[in-house]
Design a protein around this ligand. Structure first.
Ligand code: HMG
Ligand code: MG
Length: 301
């Protein structure tokens, strides 16, 4: 039933790769998206259309999209791409993107480091992207960063998260992902924040985007699920991290989220065995350890 199913957004090809120092060949990125698409994942963040000076790893976004967008057509898979400003939107449109993602930090310090502008300036750019995208029938999702803490200025007041999330929803984002950029959230912090947000925002407008620095990612997903959240972002093999948030680890691993939900009778529509082999494959390709606990355990069997 709908109540017992969740929608997962796989962010491995974007969040997962953006911070990897060695350059990942375009063919590997394309093959990763193809393999992910064969697991039953219906939403895969494919790349970013941001400044190549800021995120060199994803400078080949157009080349990736050229090869993967037919997947979106054939299999009706959603392939959102990051586009923080009109230049990003323009490039995303040239690449046939059907959905774009705008983002803003809940905190001023991280906003400066990640987007070189204030929160309000980032929101104004997001607004211009939303307006232009909707004219072209393109869906826009929002993501906010630093929901619990900012790497430069410390803890984030929940009222500040509420303000930025509401602005993104009011401008026309269909949903806002709640980004724990640093991965410092715990179930208690997750419940406290959602207590504040859910007083003014319906649960189906929110998604969890948890990084797993302290190993709390799955626990945070479960805490958010128990409060009505049904959409989560995750990355295969626990890939991920933001170049402008030092020490932050990858996203909660998609394999771990699927394992937890499916063993609780909550449907994800994803073939866990296939997903686990994708996690093993990409870890090998990148030469890094597989950070999915369920994936590593089941691959070792
Ligand atoms: P800026 O330097 O202030 O921008 O950067 P600018 O407008 O002055 O432009 C400078 C140059 O960049 C110009 O080129 C522009 O054309 C170019 P030049 O004339 O020097 O040759 N440029 C672009 N090129 C391609 N695509 C674009 C684009 N925009 C400008 N879209 C800017 C401002 C926002 C562009 C920059 O700071 C940027 O790209 N930041 C993005 C950083 C980023 O991608 N971070 C990671 C994603 S967010 C994240 O990971 C968090 C999340 O996962 C949630 C969570 O975990 O919290 C979502
Ligand atoms: Mg992230």
């Amino acid at each position: 039933s709908l109540e017992s199913s969740v929608r997962l957004l796989e962010v491995g090809p974007r969040d997962g790769l953006q911070n990897i120092k060695t350059s990942v060949p375009t063919d590997v990125k394309v093959e990763l998206i193809r393999r992910l698409a064969s697991t039953g994942l219906m939403n895969i963040e494919a790349t970013s259309f941001v400044s190549p000076k800021w995120v060199p790893q994803l400078a080949d976004g157009a080349a990736v999209m050229e090869q993967v967008w037919p997947l979106a057509r054939e299999k009706a898979i959603n392939l959102p791409v990051l586009a923080p400003n009109l230049k990003g939107l323009e490039n995303a449109m040239k690449s046939s993107a059907q959905e774009v993602v705008v983002f803003a930090s809940c905190t001023e310090a991280f906003s400066r480091m990640n987007q070189n502008c204030s929160i309000d300036q980032a929101l104004a750019q997001a607004q211009s992207v939303v307006d232009a995208a909707r004219e072209r029938g393109v869906k826009v999702r929002g993501v906010v960063s630093c929901i619990f803490s900012d790497p430069y200025s410390g803890p984030t007041p929940p009222s500040q998260v509420l303000r930025v999330v509401k602005r993104l929803l009011d401008m026309g984002c269909y949903e806002v992902g709640l980004g724990d950029t640093l991965g410092v959230g715990t179930p208690q912090l997750t419940r406290n924040l959602l207590d504040v947000l859910l007083k003014e925002i319906p649960a189906d407008k929110l998604a969890g985007h948890f990084h797993d620095t302290y190993g709390q990612g799955v626990a945070n997903v479960v805490a958010a699920y128990s409060m009505g959240i049904r959409a989560f972002d995750s990355a295969v093999a626990g890939l991920g991290g933001c170049p402008y948030a030092k020490g932050a680890q990858g996203n909660v691993a998609t394999e771990d989220v699927v394992y937890t939900l499916e063993t609780s009778g909550i449907s994800t529509g994803i073939d866990l065995d296939k997903l686990i082999s994708v996690g093993g494959w990409i870890s090998e390709q990148l030469g890094i350890p597989n950070r999915s606990r369920a994936g590593s355990a089941l691959l070792a069997k």
